[in-house]
Each structure stands twice: as structure tokens, then as C-alpha cells.
Ligand binder design. Structure first.
Ligand code: GDP
Length: 699
């Protein structure tokens, strides 16, 4: 018998365990993408069913009803209204939470009314005993005209029975639950006589929704059946009331809850975790622990990746026949891939923690706590985590914005996160502070250098918040937010959900942003390793002749050659070319080269300067510092690194988007080049202006 493929759609309110059911059905056979043209995540998976059936399982975004108020919800409606969509389900699984059946069933009745074969999946069955809940499944099946699968995706119970049920999809009743025309019989009668072949509820949805679907048909329907906005709203409310009346009746017969089972523990914990003082204290303590751990735990694997790729590079350079291709592999591709993989430990640990916080139910308390403050700046309560994660690295931080439902809030968070001081800025700050800020104490205790570093961190956060405020005012994107903050029950996180989330995020980064990072690293490698003309191509002879008399050691000579090469490479030429632009900031062309090459990653700044000042290979910060300290601007006769140019550089690195990987991840997460380009221009433009002002005022 040949395999039969069917489409199954998972639909449900947020937090009912839809993802867990999806994970139970599909395991790791998942693909994540975006719906065309928008940034709503599209999750598909495959599942083998009994009797030679195979299911394509589509996990639709969580939605409270079919009355669309967000982009996520429109996705669900557009699919369910469009029978021609190749993902249109043969059967819909409406996932509900046994503890919130009443609210969850609203969506169920709407789906049923679209006359789609529907199975009601009642999840979290494991909690029934504890909560004193009993269900009369037969009664419910009869009243709701459906088949029910009682499952616990946490314990894996009922999943096999659910698969058996899916296979019987052809025998499911397609009878609607409620008769929508009851809300205004006259109106619906007219509607029906004009479009006799169409489903009434579908017509009603097309009239009331702002979905892009069926443009022509919708206009046609609307032109004949327009009603005032308030009229429509009134009817929609009437519809909701009717649905709840129906649901209440059904549940009266099919559901019993023993109210004596206390909710004490939960409410006590809620009170502490959302407390005006202790709530923040606990949250910041948890954040502190998380970021400590991310730094500590990531250090080892990051070092390992770093040295492994350095070794690989060296082996490739040694073993392969010398030539351009080998250079490309050993100096371009291998370090480029290393530069992508090095992010994995931080991404994986961050998402491990975020998933645990989300799964346990704690994140909802944080959102509740932070929402009010953050919303003033156009951010969401959920923006706190990305903004603070940015202190490790903007890449995982930007990926962590995915759970912000409102597109505008999410976009603003993505755009401002790179202002937070990431760890790649530290080496740059460290060397410049050491150079230009005196190592003195004020008031006997405050170390000036430490104070400067702290100010730079505060400046980063301050800019992020300030620019959110401005963006919130100027960005004209509408998007309603859920006005309900869900307070799910506290639960032990499900290992499977956490693991899948971590794997998925890591994969998304490597495949999505990785390509762009690799491409940019290769371009920058090329620009730094090649150059036109004698000065580059004969660097060795030129340097040897120049230093003939001075009897340099092998290493010193090598450093001088590297320095000569980078000065005359394409990047060197670019550095010189931008000198007129950066001179007003107090920089010379050598700094220009370092700025351009540090676009691959900020920390490259120090390494490039080391090469230019021919101290490469020694890895000794003191030597780089001494060389930099001695450098004099031939035009002004002043030291290149003085207080004015140093502060200017610090500000430049605090604000400029000097990071190709951030651009790549913003492109991936916003699904367009528009936002990363705007981000680059605005941030770097602002950096330029502040650095300019700082230098002009101070020098
Ligand atoms: P979604 O928002 O609907 O995709 O829900 P998730 O799958 O992310 O689950 C929400 C929360 O419910 C998580 O904390 C899960 O661990 C938990 N959860 C999911 N299924 C079950 C279940 O069968 N029993 C219990 N007790 N918790 C569950």
C-alpha cells in the first residue's frame, strides 16, 4: 500500500502546550522558516502515522481567536480561509489546556464553524488529578460534535491514540458548533441569498477581518454588505457571547472541578515574584547569575573553538601546496567558519536559560513586572532579556527577541540592542582607556579608568533606551499587543522542549547569519591580504633593504614585513582614502585601517593595530600600548593617542555598528536588508557625529 500524505495543522491559544505536542509528534523532524514576506515564524514537521499515513504537521502561531489583532493571528486565518493553499489542513488539531478549557474552546468553536475536520486535543491531562478536574469525554465529544484526544505532552501520554485518531480524519464530523446567523438573522439571510455557495461563517470572517486574503471577493462582499464599524463590533461581541453561552452549557455537562483543591502555592509565589521590590531583586539576581554563567561556561568551549580553528589554519597552510587557494582556505575560509562557530556556546547557553525561564512560567511574571516601564520607551517587558544579553553579544541577544509578539516592539528591540556594550568592545576599550585615561583615583577610592569603563556601559544602555523612545515616536508601524498577560502555572521545564529550542536557535544562526558572516570575513581577508603595486608585492625585499643595517631578529623582520603589507594592501589603501573623513575625529590612516578591518568584529581593532605597529606575533599588550603611545601625528606634531582622540575613539566604538555579524543577524531576523542598512547608517552616523564633537571640544 502506498504512503498517504496528509496535512495536519496545530492550532491553539498561546501557552496551551502546542509546541510540546508538536515536539512529541515530530521530534527533530522540524523545519523552521518564515511565512513569505513577513517575519512570523513558520514551523513544519513530519510525523509517521499508523496504517501507512504520513503527516506534514504545521504548527500555526498561537492565537486567542479568529478575530485577528496581530500578524500571527492573520496567518492562521489566511490559511484556514484559503482552501487552495497547499498547506490547507486535511485535519485541524485544536490544542487546549485542561485547566483553561473554557477560554480555549472559543477558538475551537470558530474552527469548527469553518467546517474543517477538527480534533480537540485536551493537553496537560497529568494535572487533572492535582487540580481536581474530571472530564466526561463521551459527553463532550457528543456536544461538541468532534473527537477528543486527552493527552499529556509532558508525559507523552495519549500521543499514540492521537495519531490513531488523525488517521480517521475522513470520518470526522464537519458540522459547525454554533449557528453564526443567529446573531442577526435578517442580515445573514441576505448574505446567504447573494452568495449561496459560500460558507456563512467564512463570509462573516472576510467581512469583519482585516486580512489580505481574497481581495476581490472581499471587496465584492463588502460593497454589498458594508455596515458601520461600530455595528460590526457589536455583532462580533454578540457572536462571542453566543459562543461562550454554548461553551458554558457544554462544560456544565462535561467538566467538573473540585474547587477545594487550593491554588495557594501559586498565588503566594506570584505575589513574591511580581512584588514591587523583591520582584525586581529576584529578577536581577537571576539575570546576574545567568550572565555570569554564560561568560564562565562559554569561555572554555570558545577557547577550544578558537584554538582548534587556529590550528586547522596552520595545518592547512602547511600541508596544502602554497598558492592563492591555500591562502583563501587557511586565512579566509577556516577563520571565517571559526568566526561563526565561536558564537555557538553563548547562543546555546543563553537559549538554554531563556527556555528554562519560559517553560517554567517565570518569564510571564517578568513580563508582567517589566512591561509597564518598558512600554514607556516603546519596548516590551520581554525586551529586558535581549537588552541585557547584549552585554555578552548582540547576536544571541537579537535572536532572543523572537518571543516578542508585537512586531513594532520587536523591531525596536532589534534595532537598539547593539548599543549595549558587548564583550567584543572590551579589548578595544581596555587598550584605549589604558592609553589615554590616567590611572588615578578620585576621592581616594574611585579608579578613573574603572569609572570610564562603567560610564561606557551606562552610555550603551542609556543610548539603547533613548533611541527606543525616539524610534517609538517615529516608526509608523501599527500592531496591537495582547492586552492580557498570560500567567501560566509554574511547571518543571520539559527537557525535550528546551533541547529542541536550543538546537533550533543554534541551527538558525549558523545557517542564516553564518553565510553572510563568512562572506564578509572572506572579503575582508582578501582586502587585507592583497594589494596592488610594488609596495605590497615586493614588501619583503623593500623591508629587508630598508632594515639591512639594523640587524633585526627574524621575528622583528617578519613583523615589519606584515606591517608593510597591511599598509599597502587594499585595506591599507582604503584606510588612507578615508583619512580626510576621519581626521576631524583625531584619527590617522592607521586607525582608519583598524576601523575598516574591525568591521569583521570589533576586537580585531587591537590585532590590526598590533600588525600596523609591527608588534604582531608577540601578543603582548604592553608592547602594543608602548608603540601606540609613542606614535606622533606628523602634521600636528601631537601624539596620536591623546585624551581627545582617545575619548573620540571610545565614543565611536560605543555607538558605531562595527560588526558584520550583527548586520547579518538583523537581516535574518527582520527578513530584509532594509533594517540592517538603516541600523548601520544611523548608528555609525551618530557615532561619527559624537566622536567628532568630542574631539573638537577636547583637543
Ligand atoms: P505553546 O505556547 O502552546 O507552544 O506551549 P508550550 O509547548 O511552550 O508549553 C507551555 C508550557 O506548558 C511549558 O511550560 C510546558 O512545559 C508546559 N506543558 C506542555 N505540555 C504539558 C503537559 O502535558 N503537562 C504539563 N503539566 N505541562 C505541559
Amino acid at each position: 500500500m502506498s504512503v498517504q500524505n496528509i496535512n495536519v495543522a496545530l492550532i491553539g491559544n498561546p501557552n496551551v502546550g502546542k509546541t510540546s505536542v508538536f515536539n512529541q509528534l515530530t521530534g527533530l523532524n522540524q523545519q523552521v522558516g518564515n511565512y513569505p514576506g513577513i517575519t512570523v515564524e513558520k514551523k513544519m514537521g513530519f510525523c509517521k502515522l499508523p496504517h501507512n499515513f504520513k503527516a506534514n504537521i504545521l504548527d500555526l502561531p498561537g492565537t486567542y481567536s479568529l478575530n485577528a489583532s496581530s500578524m500571527d493571528e492573520s496567518v492562521v486565518i489566511e490559511l484556514l480561509l484559503n482552501k487552495n493553499d497547499k498547506l490547507y489542513p486535511d485535519v485541524a488539531l485544536v490544542v487546549t489546556d485542561v485547566e483553561n478549557l473554557k477560554r480555549n474552546l472559543l477558538l475551537f468553536t470558530q474552527i469548527k464553524d469553518l467546517e474543517i475536520p477538527t480534533i480537540l486535543v485536551i493537553n496537560m491531562a497529568d494535572r487533572m488529578e492535582q487540580k481536581g478536574i474530571t472530564l466526561d469525554i463521551e459527553k463532550l465529544e457528543e456536544r461538541l460534535n468532534t473527537k477528543i484526544a486527552l493527552v499529556s505532552s509532558r508525559k507523552g501520554l495519549g500521543i499514540e491514540a492521537l495519531k490513531e485518531l488523525i488517521v480517521t480524519y475522513k470520518t470526522l464530523s464537519c458540522e459547525p458548533c454554533t449557528i453564526v446567523s443567529n446573531i442577526d438573522p435578517e442580515y445573514f439571510k441576505r448574505l446567504h441569498s447573494t452568495f449561496p455557495d459560500q460558507l456563512l461563517y467564512k463570509l462573516w470572517l472576510v467581512i469583519t477581518q482585516d486580512v489580505n486574503f481574497l481581495k476581490l471577493e472581499r471587496n465584492e462582499i463588502r460593497s454589498t454588505f458594508t455596515r458601520s464599524h461600530s455595528d460590526l463590533k457589536r455583532l462580533q461581541q454578540k457572536e462571542t457571547i453566543k459562543r461562550y453561552q454554548f461553551i458554558n452549557e457544554v462544560l456544565k455537562e462535561g467538566l467538573q472541578v473540585d474547587a477545594s483543591v487550593a491554588r495557594d502555592f501559586r498565588s503566594k509565589l506570584d505575589r513574591v515574584l511580581t512584588h514591587k521590590f523583591f520582584g525586581y531583586l529576584i529578577f536581577f539576581a537571576i539575570l546576574f547569575l545567568i550572565f555570569q554563567s554564560i561568560f564562565e561556561w562559554s569561555a572554555l568551549p570558545m577557547d577550544f573553538i578558537d584554538t582548534t580553528f587556529a590550528d586547522l589554519s596552520a595545518v592547512a597552510a602547511e600541508k596544502l601546496p602554497s598558492g592563492i587557494l591555500t591562502d583563501l582556505i587557511s586565512q579566509g575560509i577556516i577563520p571565517g567558519i571559526g568566526g561563526i562557530l565561536i558564537f555557538i556556546p553563548q547562543i546555546a547557553f543563553l537559549f538554554l536559560f531563556i527556555s528554562v525561564l519560559e517553560e517554567s512560567g517565570y518569564m510571564s511574571r517578568v513580563v508582567f513586572l517589566m512591561d509597564k516601564i518598558m512600554r514607556k520607551f516603546g519596548l516590551s517587558g520581554k525586551s529586558v532579556v535581549p537588552l541585557i544579553s547584549g552585554t555578552a553579544c548582540a547576536i544571541p541577544a537579537i535572536m532572543a527577541t523572537r518571543n516578542i509578539e508585537n512586531w513594532k516592539e520587536r523591531l525596536i528591540t532589534i534595532l537598539v540592542t547593539p548599543f549595549t556594550t558587548c564583550s567584543a568592545r572590551l579589548p578595544v576599550y581596555a587598550i584605549i582607556i589604558a592609553l589615554v585615561i590616567p590611572d588615578k583615583r578620585i576621592f581616594g577610592i574611585l579608579n578613573l579608568q574603572g569609572l570610564t569603563l562603567m560610564l561606557l556601559y551606562l552610555l550603551g544602555f542609556g543610548m539603547a533606551i533613548l533611541s527606543s523612545y525616539v524610534l517609538n515616536k517615529i516608526l509608523k508601524i501599527s500592531g496591537k499587543t495582547y492586552f492580557v498577560v498570560e500567567m501560566p502555572n509554574y511547571k518543571m521545564p520539559l527537557f525535550k522542549n528546551v533541547a529542541i529550542n536550543v538546537i533550533e536557535k543554534t541551527k538558525a544562526f549558523v545557517y542564516g547569519a553564518g553565510k553572510i558572516i563568512l562572506a564578509i570575513s572572506i572579503i575582508l581577508w582578501f582586502l587585507a591580504s592583497y594589494g596592488p603595486g610594488e609596495a605590497f608585492n615586493n614588501a619583503e625585499t623593500i623591508v629587508k633593504e630598508k632594515f639591512e643595517a639594523q640587524n633585526l631578529s627574524e621575528l622583528e623582520l617578519e613583523n615589519e614585513i606584515a606591517s608593510q603589507k597591511i599598509e599597502n594592501s587594499y585595506i591599507g589603501i582604503m584606510g588612507r582614502a578615508i583619512e580626510p573623513v576621519i581626521q576631524p575625529l583625531g584619527y590617522d590612516w592607521k586607525i582608519g585601517i583598524a576601523i575598516i578591518s574591525s568591521f569583521a568584529a570589533r576586537e580585531v581593532f587591537v590585532g590590526t593595530l598590533a600588525t600596523i605597529y609591527s608588534v604582531g606575533g608577540t601578543d603582548n599588550e604592553a608592547t602594543i600600548k608602548n608603540k601606540m603611545q609613542e606614535e606622533v601625528n606628523p602634521v600636528t606634531g601631537q601624539k596620536i593617542f591623546n585624551l581627545a582622540s582617545g575619548v573620540s575613539l571610545l565614543l565611536f566604538y560605543a555607538f558605531a555598528l562595527q560588526c558584520a555579524s550583527t548586520l547579518a543577524i538583523t537581516k535574518k531576523e527582520t527578513n530584509s536588508w532594509r533594517w540592517p542598512i538603516i541600523q548601520l547608517v544611523l548608528m555609525s552616523g551618530f557615532a561619527y557625529v559624537t566622536a567628532l564633537i568630542a574631539y573638537q571640544v577636547l583637543h
